[in-house]
Design a protein around this ligand. Sequence first.
Ligand code: SAH
Ligand code: SF4
Length: 394
Amino acid sequence: MGACNPSLAATVDARVPVPSLDLPAATGLHSRVNDFSARSLHDFRFSELVEVLARDGVVLHHAKVLWRALHRDGVVDLSEPPFLPPLRRWVDASVGEGKRFFLEAPVVVDEIHSSDGLTRKFLLRMRDGQTIETVLMGYEGRHTVCVSTQAGCAMGCVFCATGQMGFVRHLRPGEIVAQVLHARRVLRAIDPTKRLRNMVLMGMGEPLHNYDSVLAALETISDVRGAGIGPSKIAISTVGVVPSILRLAEEQQPYRLAVSLHGSTEEERAALVPASKRWSLEMLINACRRYVELTGKRIFFEWTLIAGKNDSAETARRLVELLDGIDAHVNLIPLNPTGGFAGVESDSGLEFQRILIAGGFPCTFRQRRGIDVAAGCGMLKADKRVRVPLVQNE
Ligand code: SAH
Ligand code: SF4
């Protein structure tokens, strides 16, 4: 395991080593909020919420009612629902500023619509002032929410705006859940007949570097008593955190796995994805083989095409060899422009696709969404400056 940045080690799942990259210090923002010991009700899994209420003598039935209000109805104000007296008393005594629990209710700092009207990007401000981005994408007949799992990212992929921003902090489960609830509320307001059925973890951050919070959030989001997004409609996208890929397989987690590959040799990949110095391409492909073996599931490989870097016919042929024997689908992503990378979009995508298909792999182009509002893949970069906290210590 590489040397962990000491400021990160405390917050990172001990089983997931942090790559030995040059990581900036985490910001410790929680100390700026005076009730930092309070817990978010949205952080709890269903069983945990039941336990919290049971400890205060409130029975299971009321926990179910509260869960539905939070996760199915997506209420942002618990003074409204007509709860029965035991739950009403508990909520009034326990939830709110200065009390033991709070509701995760991010403030919408900004909302931008793409010119085609199909994509909406939200800049959401978390309780400690940190801003993150969430994107609601509309396709023919379906809607997908793209959520962030960290503020910033430690992995430093050279072509990615979030990578260029560096790591700020992990998101808590409630902060991940709240993004989905926000997107559901927006969709309901646009068209009450539409349901949010798809979710991708392709916003800011590396989901498998924040394993426990991400998996807790997904359990809540896929719960049929709540948002009820089916596990097979949820895609976890990773840069290749090998121990976490193996853990997903061992735990038989029901979600889809997407692996961002971008290179067919160690050298080609390392030039784009610094994390591959920690988890080599060879380790990654072995982990993918093991994943398929243990789960029987297909893996989606993401490939951002960059002219002259990873778009040659030779690279495509090497990729076919590399993936040999893996149940794989390759998703080609056109490079989206970001301020800190001079790479150019490839124009040999069709040839690349042809070689993969001839090699026996389904291969599609990712539909472009929201380029004009910087909401495309890798373009999410919330302002990492700390804004004025909602609750101040002074
Ligand atoms: N950290 C995870 C998920 C977030 S990034 C991961 O890397 O998979 C989501 C996807 O956007 C990844 O496939 C990533 O490689 C891709 N991406 C990042 N920057 C991009 C850019 N500028 N243009 C196109 N795709 C990009
Ligand atoms: Fe992080 Fe993914 Fe961006 Fe790489 S592509 S820097 S892993 S968010």
